[in-house]
Design a protein around this ligand. Sequence first.
Ligand SMILES: NC(=O)c1ccc[n+]([C@@H]2O[C@H](COP(=O)([O-])OP(=O)(O)OC[C@H]3O[C@@H](n4cnc5c(N)ncnc54)[C@H](OP(=O)(O)O)[C@@H]3O)[C@@H](O)[C@H]2O)c1
Length: 238
Amino acid sequence: MPSILITGANRGLGLEFAKQYSEDGWRVYGCCRDPEKADDLKTLADGSSGLITLHRVSIGDHASIESLADELKGHPIDILLNNAGTYGYVDFPDNGIEVQSFGKMDYESWSFVLAINTMAPLKMSEALIDNILASDQKKIFTISSTIGSIQDCEGMHYAYGSSKAAVNFLMASMAKDLRDQGVTVMPLHPGWVETGMGGETAPVQPEDSIAGLKKVMDNASLETSGQFIGFDGATIPW
Ligand SMILES: NC(=O)c1ccc[n+]([C@@H]2O[C@H](COP(=O)([O-])OP(=O)(O)OC[C@H]3O[C@@H](n4cnc5c(N)ncnc54)[C@H](OP(=O)(O)O)[C@@H]3O)[C@@H](O)[C@H]2O)c1
């Protein structure tokens, strides 16, 4: 039975990934920072005949990531999916869109966004590499965003955009560094999706985004490793 580990599995895109992969019969390690409060994921797990289990990890805390790796020692993981992410600036109005712009930058919050969106996917990959190497599929994906595309950027979003551009660099570099060990690595764009982050006016529904991304993830191979791909299968400019 193939297996997937999903960060941020308690809501939004992560929850939909857990739903669709478990419906396909995958073993799902559903990770979140507060399993006690993850009611929707618990309900999904209760109806999954044991396919979904909940695991605590606070991805901004490297000791917490290492504890998760200890807990999962010896369990092969076909797909590591770094999904959890933040626009950041939780203490500011409108998620702090104002303080992610030229002349108004809040640098302390920026370093928090980098810790969650950029450093955590690398740390998760390092901590769980033995699990990935022990699996059949050996794949690592990170949910990035076109907001991190340098070619397509429209200004603003300095913290979020730079964190996604930087994680794209890491995924492209890891694709090269892990190729000889047979590991496929890709940053992915989910579309603008109606979630807590995407907001109510987003044009794409989570079920459609994840159905598309699952096809992309299924087709991903060493030949396409290192590319930046959207939920519709299109290649996204760096
Ligand atoms: N929705 C979109 O339109 C869109 C577009 C492009 C890219 N993305 C990316 O897609 C991914 C999933 O986002 P979403 O749309 O599902 O957003 P969401 O509904 O806001 O969910 C975000 C998830 O990330 C977790 N998370 C946030 N901050 C965290 C932190 N500091 N430590 C640990 N976990 C944290 C949340 O956990 P808690 O519940 O504990 O906060 C939650 O599980 C993100 O990487 C995001 O950047 C989304």
